[in-house]
Design a protein around this ligand. Structure first.
Ligand code: ADP
Ligand code: MG
Length: 515
């Protein structure tokens, strides 16, 4: 592998209608180098790498691979040039095996060419050939995957590994990963990093997009920071720090610490969950004998691999899923089996920030005002809607929660992710809850918006609201929450003081190991 830049994007620009997504962006990665691409949501990272992988075409600038200028007209062109892309959301066919997915779209002529044109592959020979090639890749890069396993039987980490094998199978020497760790446990991320280090040692050039500063510091050789479509700077990882990188990202230095406020009021157990169990329609035990309390003025965090029962727990507490054994009481009032409306009618002020903001939370096709009115509907106050009041409330939320929108009549789905979340949080918090259930409230938000969410939650906590915070970033869970409940396969592995336990130990518990 020659020393020098394996891949370069020089002065790249790309416009979508009124948005200049990339403005004169230059990045490069040498063989044997890992470049992190860092930037807030909407800063143009995905757009940039999508041009490298042939999905979009640049309006201006050049792409140079191994010193040669390239023009990609399709993803196939990029693959031929040695570029492999691992998307955040895996693009594999679930009912097929890893092997079938990996060689999907491969033509007989490709195989014939690789075999020197000699053999006309029978299905048997073909399979033998591809299997041998896959096994060699798995061995070379230290990957862990079973080629005969069906995709639907795989964890997200394994699916991602299949994507990597697929890219390498097609001859990728330049690998692009768009937020690969967003969906992984700390252990899975470590495994991915080990694979990346192997690829680096073999001379591959790697570009990784991530939001997590700790990962940038750990894995990359250099970092290019994008801000509003432009390069804010490129620095050597060993010569920078998270604070400096954050400053480059947002254009100013920010307070990096997540505060953990204290509640001065009296101890009061608001929500008591006792021996809560839930078996789904397929007979699977989704929640198994959960018992815990949420105190007034505390943030109880929940850590767990996605799909460990978090969603069902939220839905059962809030009455959206009328199911479950055991009991869930709010200040002595049994909630289990009640609908959300019935819960409200009993004067229980319980509000929910669901994971699925535009499905269960807000109606994307309606304006901010209409979404506020929508909420007054399910208050059980009947169909008499006070539009003036809703408008006033919308104005208030926009001001108080710094929602950036042209007007209260703007459709919710046209807002950015951070602003959608602010509208939702604003609406729920303005309902003056005593108990707030939040599921991944900062997912997809940039740093600035995430911090404003932590601030809002802390303010609620200081007013004595009990908060359940389902999260995925262990750093955030440890800093923000008063206590941390670790969930594995629908069971509580422990409820701990999050600052008294290492991230590694939390990760072990998430995987079902007692520590
Ligand atoms: P990032 O990956 O850094 O979050 P993106 O590259 O996805 O950012 O987006 C950069 C900007 O370009 C955003 O303002 C986004 O709304 C806009 N954008 C991205 N893709 C498209 C598209 N296909 N059509 C219109 N606008 C787009
Ligand atoms: Mg992106």
């Amino acid at each position: 592998m020659p020393i020098g830049n394996c891949v370069e994007m020089r002065g790249i620009s790309k416009r979508f209608d009124s948005v200049l997504a990339n403005d004169n962006v230059t990045i490069s990665a040498a063989g044997g180098e890992i470049l992190s691409l860092l930037g807030e949501n909407g800063s143009g990272k995905s757009t940039l790498v999508n041009m490298l992988s042939g999905i979009y075409r640049p309006d201006g600038g050049t792409i140079v691979i191994d010193g040669e200028e390239q023009r990609f007209h399709s993803p196939e062109d990029a693959i031929s040039a040695g570029i492999g892309m691992v998307h955040q959301h895996v693009m594999l066919i679930p009912v097929m095996t890893a092997l079938e997915n990996i060689c999907l779209g491969e033509k007989d002529s490709d195989i014939r060419r690789e075999l020197g044109g000699a053999v006309l592959p029978s299905p048997f020979l073909r399979k033998k050939y591809t299997r041998g090639k896959i096994d060699a890749i798995i061995k070379k890069f230290g990957l862990k995957v079973n080629p005969n396993q069906k995709i639907y039987d795989m964890s997200i980490g394994e699916k991602q590994t299949v994507e990597i094998v697929k890219a390498l199978y097609r001859g990728a020497r330049i690998l692009i990963l768009d937020e690969p760790t967003a969906v992984l446990t700390p252990q899975e991320s470590e495994k991915l990093f080990a694979v990346m280090r192997n690829m680096k040692a073999q001379g591959c050039a790697i570009i990784i997009i991530t939001h997590k500063l700790g990962e940038v510091m750990e894995i990359s050789d250099r970092v290019t920071v994008l801000r509003k479509g432009r390069v804010a700077g490129t620095v050597v990882t060993g010569e920078t720090n998270p604070r400096e990188l954050t400053g480059m990202m947002v254009g100013e230095s920010v307070e990096m610490e997540i505060k953990r406020e204290t509640f001065e009021g009296e101890d009061l157990s608001m929500l008591k969950v006792r021996e809560l169990g839930y078996t789904n329609t397929e007979g699977l035990k989704v929640l198994n004998n959960l018992s815990f309390d949420i105190q007034a003025g505390e943030i109880l965090g929940v850590a767990g691999i996605a799909g460990s029962g978090q969603k069902e727990l939220c839905e059962i507490i809030t009455g959206l899923r009328k199911a479950g054994r055991g009991s869930v009481t709010f200040l002595g009032e049994e909630l289990l089996g009640l609908s959300p409306v019935a819960i409200k009618k009993r004067g229980v002020r319980l509000n929910f920030i669901p994971e699925d903001r535009l499905g269960m939370g807000l109606a994307g096709g309606m304006s901010i005002t209409d979404n506020i009115m929508l909420k007054s509907y399910d208050d059980g106050n009947g169909p008499f809607i006070d539009r003036t009041k809703a408008r006033e409330q919308a104005e208030k939320i926009i001001e108080r929660y710094a929602v950036s929108t042209p007007s209260i009549n703007h459709l919710v789905r046209k807002l950015s992710g951070g602003n959608i979340q602010k509208v939702l949080l604003g609406r729920e918090i303005e309902a003056k809850p005593r108990l707030l259930i939040t599921a991944y409230p900062v997912r997809g938000l940039d740093i600035g918006a995430s911090y404003s969410v932590y601030d809002m939650l802390n303010r609620q906590k200081q007013e004595g609201v009990g908060i359940l915070y389902i999260g995925e970033d262990l750093d955030v869970l440890r800093e923000l929450c008063d206590r941390l409940l670790v969930l594995h396969n629908g069971e509580i592995m422990g409820v701990l003081d999050p600052r008294g336990v290492s991230k590694k130990d939390i990760g072990m518990m998430m995987l079902g190991h007692a520590v």
